[in-house]
Design a protein around this ligand. Structure first.
Ligand code: ADP
Ligand code: MG
Length: 403
C-alpha cells in the first residue's frame, strides 16, 4: 500500500518495554513512528520512522506531529512509557482522539490527583504536596508514622521512601524533590495490604475492565516490584469493588477517553488508590502477562480507539484462563562479568521470555527504585503455584557472575 494512504501512529518511547506495542502497531498495518531520546533505542528496529525526541518533550512532539501530519498521515498517538502529557500534546495539536491537556497533567501529578480524590471522596491515603520540612511536619501531625514520601511526577518508585521516624524525613524529602520536575514532594499516610495494578479503558462514556494483577513488593523502605501475577487471585467480589473505585477515580480526574491504570492497595477498609496515570501499564503487564494469561490484547484495543475507530470489545474479553507471572532476578551489587544459562532457561516449558537489560562490565547498583531492576522472567502456566515453580527452575539455570 502507498505509505501516504496508510494511517500512521506515533508511539512515544522505543525502549525494551515498547517492543510489543511497536509490533502490534505494525501488525495493524499502520505506519509506525517511534520516538526516543536514545538514538540506539532497541525499539527503533521495529518502526518505520525513528525520531530522536525525549518522551517528556511535549512541545517537540506536537511540533513534529504538526510538521509531518500530511506527509505521514498521522492519525493516532500512543503512550509507550509514562508520557500521557506528550500524547495529549500530539492529539490536541492534530485534533485526534485523546484527553485534554489538563486531564493528562492531572494524571501525571500525584498532588493534583490527590486533591481531586480527596475532594470527591475517592478512597485514597491522605496526603499533601510539600516543599519544606516544616510543611511535611504539619502533615505528619495528621497522618503519623509510618508515612511515605514520594516524588510528585515521577514513576517506577523513583524518589519514593517509607519513613518510620522524623529522623528520616529530611533525606526522604530531598530524594523525592530531586526526582520530581515540580521540585516538590508528596507525603502521605502509609497503608498496608495487598497491592494490585488495575487496567481499564474508558470509551464513549463507559468504563471497560481490562485486567487486575497482584503485585509483590520487596526491598523496603523502598518499593521494588519483585513479581506480579496476572490475573489477580482475589475473589470476584473484591475485583468488582476494585473496578468500581478505579472507575470513580478516573471520572474524578476527568479521564473520559482511553486507558487508565491504577495502583491500588486492598486494605482492611477496602481498596485505596495510590495513583492513576492515563496510559496502560508498564512492567511487562499489558505487554506480556495479560495477553499470555488471558489472550486479551489491551494495547491493540487502545490503539484502535486512538485511531478514532470503535472499541473492539473482543480484544479485552479474554479467550483463556491461564496464569502469567513476571518475576525479577536480583543479582547482588557489583560489576557484572558474565551471564550464563539464559538459553537453558528459555527451553523450560512455560518460560516465555527472559529479559535482561544489562551487559557484562555494567555496574549493578542497590535496588532503590524499579528502574534499577534489569532481569525479568515471564512465565505462563496453569496456576500461580506452577508458574512460580517454573520461575524457580529458570532462576536456578540463569547464572550471573558479579565481582
Ligand atoms: N500511601 C502508600 N502506602 C503504602 N505504600 C505505598 C503508598 N504509596 C506508594 N506506596 C508504594 O510505593 C509504590 C510506588 O508508589 P506509586 O504511588 O505507585 O508511585 P510510582 O509508581 O509512580 O513511583 C507503590 O506501588 C506502593 O508499593
Ligand atoms: Mg505506581
Amino acid at each position: 500500500m502507498n505509505e501516504a494512504k496508510k494511517s500512521a501512529i506515533i508511539v512515544v518511547s522505543a525502549g525494551i518495554m515498547q517492543i510489543p506495542a511497536l509490533k502490534i502497531a505494525k501488525d495493524m498495518g499502520l505506519t509506525v513512528i517511534a520516538t526516543d531520546r536514545n538514538p540506539d533505542a532497541v525499539g527503533f528496529q521495529y518502526c518505520d520512522h525513528a525520531v530522536i525526541l525525549d518522551s517528556k518533550d511535549a512541545e517537540g512532539h506536537a511540533k513534529f506531529a504538526r510538521e509531518n501530519r500530511e506527509k505521514l498521515n498521522v492519525k493516532a498517538a500512543f503512550a509507550g512509557s509514562d508520557c500521557a502529557i506528550t500524547v495529549s500534546a500530539i492529539t490536541n495539536a492534530l485534533g485526534l482522539s485523546g484527553i485534554p491537556m489538563d486531564v493528562a497533567k492531572r494524571s501525571n501529578n500525584k498532588a493534583l490527583m490527590k486533591e481531586r480524590w480527596i475532594r470527591d471522596k475517592i478512597p485514597t491515603p491522605y496526603g499533601a504536596e510539600v516543599t519544606t520540612i516544616k510543611e511535611a511536619q504539619a502533615i505528619l501531625k495528621h497522618i503519623g508514622f509510618p508515612a511515605i514520601v514520594k516524588a510528585v511526577d515521577n514513576a517506577a518508585s523513583r524518589g519514593s521512601m517509607k519513613i518510620d521516624s522524623e529522623g528520616q524525613l529530611q533525606q526522604a524529602i530531598e530524594n523525592a524533590k530531586a526526582a520530581s520536575a515540580t521540585g516538590t514532594a508528596i507525603i502521605e499516610e502509609y497503608i498496608v495490604g495487598n497491592e494490585q495494578s488495575v487496567e481499564s479503558i474508558v470509551w464513549q462514556g463507559c468504563h471497560y475492565p481490562v485486567s487486575i494483577a497482584d503485585r509483590i513488593f520487596g526491598y523496603h523502605p523502598y518499593h521494588i516490584e519483585t513479581a506480579h501475577v496476572d490475573p489477580s487471585t482475589l475473589p470476584s467480589e473484591q475485583k468488582k469493588r476494585i473496578y468500581e473505585v478505579a472507575d470513580a477515580a478516573s471520572d474524578s480526574l476527568g479521564i473520559d477517553f482511553g486507558p487508565a491504570k491504577a495502583d491500588m492497595i486492598w486494605t482492611a477498609k477496602g481498596p485505596m488508590i495510590l495513583e492513576m496515570p492515563a496510559r496502560l501499564s508498564g512492567g511487562f503487564h499489558s505487554q506480556y502477562t495479560t495477553p499470555l494469561s488471558s489472550g486479551k490484547n489491551p494495547i491493540r484495543a487502545v490503539m484502535e480507539i486512538a485511531l478514532g475507530r470503535d472499541l473492539d470489545e473482543t480484544l479485552i474479553r479474554g479467550t483463556q484462563s491461564l496464569t502469567s507471572i513476571c518475576a525479577g532476578i536480583f543479582p547482588p551489587k557489583g560489576q557484572l562479568k558474565s551471564i550464563l544459562g539464559v538459553e537453558d532457561a528459555l527451553r523450560i516449558d512455560g518460560v516465555e521470555e527472559v529479559i535482561i537489560t544489562k551487559y557484562p562490565e555494567d555496574d549493578i547498583e542497590d535496588y532503590i527504585d524499579n528502574a534499577r531492576r534489569f532481569c525479568w522472567v515471564i512465565v505462563v502456566a496453569s496456576s500461580k503455584k506452577r508458574a512460580f515453580e517454573i520461575f524457580e527452575m529458570a532462576k536456578n539455570s540463569i547464572q550471573f557472575e558479579v565481582v
